[in-house]
Design a protein around this ligand. Structure first.
Ligand SMILES: [Zn+2]
Length: 287
């Protein structure tokens, strides 16, 4: 028994010496970016499980237990995962870090108090992903200065891959003149910005509220006028409210995935590959 205890002590001490730190991230794309920058120098935990929506997430006691000892939780902020701030008291010594520093956020509307709110889905732009990764790198360097050059090298490698992907995506979509798309919820404004796509409309503009008949009539008019053939739904959100609309407009349904973490989309870049390919197919069908 004593020997086992001794071994456990030795193991935890060697982990401590290796300097492996414990961190977490709220959503899968952010988790994957943290993994890229941290490499084997940190244990990284994902909070919102693949298949779930951060808009509808709630903490369980088990999940909180799992996060004990985390030095940093990386989050998106701006309303996407603000529930993370509620656990601050439960997790002593954990810093919550919002990764939006330096990003030119797109206004979404106004809050009840009259303040401007911003669209939180900025991780879906590659230029933004580069900035997020740099922010992650800076935080890890400050938290774990012994491995600063390791984090720097990982950031350099990852940002090169991001920029190469961006160039590839822009090329993939360059043949299409009609660049208008219709989405289910307002998650794709940053994606559209770097790919030079035009979001003609969103079925559900205000998160989870039901669209008004007037909103649907306007959207239908635009879809007919511009010859849009496809509406993009998302795997994490219930789109049964679309049934009548899709029947009326004759739109085909395709899937854009803002979160990934499931088969074929088990990295941020694979997720983006998937999304750009879906858009390419939609534009092809409206040519
Ligand atoms: Zn969203």
């Amino acid at each position: 028994m004593k020997r086992i205890l001794f071994i456990i002590l030795l193991l935890s001490f060697s982990l401590y010496l290796r300097g492996e730190i414990k961190v977490a991230a709220t959503i899968f794309p952010l988790y994957d970016m943290v993994r890229e920058i941290a490499g084997d120098k940190a244990e990284v935990k994902l909070i919102v499980p693949p298949g779930a929506s951060p808009h509808l997430f709630g903490f369980t006691p088990g999940k909180l237990q799992d996060l004990q000892g985390s030095r940093i939780i990386f989050c998106i902020g701006n309303g996407a995962d603000d529930w993370v701030k509620k656990v601050k008291d439960a997790l002593r010594g954990t810093k919550i870090f919002t990764v939006d520093k330096g990003i030119s956020l797109i206004p979404a509307g106004r809050s009840f108090k009259g303040n401007i709110t911003y669209n939180p889905h900025y991780w879906l732009g590659i230029p933004e992903a580069v900035i997020i990764s740099r922010n992650i790198k800076n935080v890890l360097q400050a938290e774990d200065p012994d491995n600063a050059s390791f984090y720097q090298a990982n950031f350099a490698k990852f940002s090169r891959r991001l920029l190469a992907a961006q160039e590839r995506y822009i090329k993939m979509l360059s043949p299409y003149k009609n660049r208008k798309i219709v989405t289910f919820h307002a998650a794709w404004v940053y994606f559209a910005r770097f790919l030079n796509l035009q979001i003609l409309g969103t079925f559900e503009p205000s998160g989870t509220g039901e669209p008004s008949p007037r909103h649907i009539a306007n959207l239908t008019k635009k879809i007919r006028k511009y010859g849009v053939k496809v509406i993009f739904i998302e795997p994490q959100l219930n789109s049964r409210v679309l049934d009548a609309f899709v029947k009326d407009t004759g739109l085909k349904i395709k899937i854009l995935d803002p979160l990934g973490g499931i088969g074929g989309r088990e990295s941020y870049l694979k997720l983006m590959d998937y999304n750009v390919k879906e858009v390419q197919e939609a534009l092809e069908s409206a040519r």
